[in-house]
Design a protein around this ligand. Structure first.
Ligand code: ASP
Ligand code: MG
Length: 406
């Protein structure tokens, strides 16, 4: 079993969806689970819908949603040959679900509504792609991942119930595997399982999401629980680069990397892969391939447990950073007591510093610009330190520095 993940950019246009079909056709003899994101910038657009709804601007929310609807219907019309393809009925059901919700008044918190609305992006996209692939002869079986991936109700950053999810995944995929070829053809359960990334559901059937850019993580969960041979993430770049080529044109391609390296790069803000993706793969020693969907013949990057020597300098920039300067109030050293209190504050806020520098009577913390947490931490810390904030900074991380960089 192999797991593939195609991100939003790989299904952002009719041509690109056709390209996904061309790639999958070359893997027709493989047992595959394919995870697909929402098309292009759909998630951002659905966020706007939720914001309008939550502000009480129902008409605005419905109008914005209408735009998303039309875009998906147009894409479906360009792709599908049959006018009566069951795809349209499936899309209509998803549209209606959201529209019903938008007609109500918000009575629960924002994060709950966010997940109920935003999850539809992946459902629409996988619905269209799955029906198109079946018409185009790439037989696949569409799964609603919300029937499989169970989470808690920490909306927008839901935690996975691994035990339940494992049982469900195995039951679903293995029951399909055991069928004879004939019955698979009858039920459509052949070859490829196609499903959504990023979303899940609680034991009360409420939709949840795993955090922005979470489809990589879903793909890693599937790979882990199915003991997959490998995970391939298809992207619009050649593979992993030593820096963001848009900012550093001299960035070079890296063919092999270790999980250790990639988790540090992702943590410091490299846009390669969602940081949560690595642990489920590393724990089961499942290699991760990053390949280019516009040129599948390129070798791509392989990330595994193998140590890699002689890496080029790797440069990662994390934007929207805040530097918090903490200064001892009575000139006493910043020892373990104030530091452990500081870490208790972090734990309470479920927040983490990106970088900590301690001095004799001061501490510097580099933090993500989180809308509430930074100010709350500053308020809490002011009980033991004098606090100063510097905002709008970038954190530059260089690994394997050498003089060529100067
Ligand atoms: N569609 C979601 C997002 O844009 C998840 C993903 O693409 O990974 O954040
Ligand atoms: Mg994405």
């Amino acid at each position: 079993m192999k797991v593939f993940k195609f991100g939003g950019a790989s299904v952002s246009s009719v041509e690109r969806i056709k390209n996904v079909a061309a790639i999958l056709r070359t893997y027709s003899n493989e047992r595959l689970v394919v995870i697909i994101s929402a098309m292009g910038k759909t998630t951002n657009a659905l966020e706007k819908v939720t914001e309008a709804f939550f502000r009480g601007e129902k008409d605005q929310a419905l109008q914005l949603f209408e735009g998303i609807k039309q875009q998906h219907l147009t894409t479906a019309k360009y792709l599908l040959v049959e006018n009566y393809n069951p795809c349209y009925k499936q899309l209509m059901d998803f549209f209606t679900e959201v529209e019903w919700l938008l007609h109500d008044k918000p009575v629960r918190n924002y994060d709950y509504y966010y997940d109920q609305v935003v999850c539809v992006g992946e459902l629409l996209s996988t619905g269209i792609v799955s029906h198109y692939l079946n018409e185009a002869g790439v037989k696949n079986h569409w799964l609603d991942v919300r029937d499989i991936l169970r989470t808690d109700d920490n909306f927008r950053d839901a935690g996975v119930d691994w035990a339940y999810t494992e049982e469900k995944i195995r039951m679903t995929v293995e029951s399909g595997e055991k069928m004879t070829d004939d019955s698979r053809q009858m039920t459509g359960k052949r070859g490829i399982y196609l499903t959504q990334g990023f979303i899940g559901s609680t034991d009360e059937n409420e939709s949840t999401t795993l955090g922005r850019e979470g489809s990589d993580y879903t793909a890693a969960i599937f790979a882990n629980l199915l003991d997959a041979e490998s995970l391939t993430i298809w992207k619009d770049v050649e593979g992993v680069m030593s820096a963001d080529p848009k900012q550093f044109p001299e960035a070079t391609f890296i063919s092999d990397l270790s999980f250790n390296e990639v988790i540090e790069m992702a943590y410091y803000g490299a846009q390669v892969i969602h940081p949560k993706t690595i642990k489920p793969l590393q724990n089961k020693n499942i290699p991760l391939h990053v390949k280019c969907f516009t040129d599948a013949s390129l070798p791509g990057t392989t990330i595994s447990n193998k140590k890699v020597k002689h890496l080029p300098p790797i440069v990662v920039i994390k934007e929207k950073q805040v530097l918090m300067h903490l200064h001892s109030q009575d000139f006493s050293f910043v020892g373990e007591k104030p530091m452990s209190r500081l870490y208790e504050m972090f734990a309470q806020l479920r927040f983490r510093p990106n970088l900590v520098q301690t001095g004799a009577i001061s501490v510097q913390l580099c933090l993500d610009e989180h809308p509430d947490k930074v100010d709350q931490l500053a308020a809490d810390a002011s009980s033991i330190f004098d606090v100063e904030l510097e905002r709008g900074l970038s954190l530059l991380k260089i690994r394997y520095f050498n003089n060529d960089l100067l």
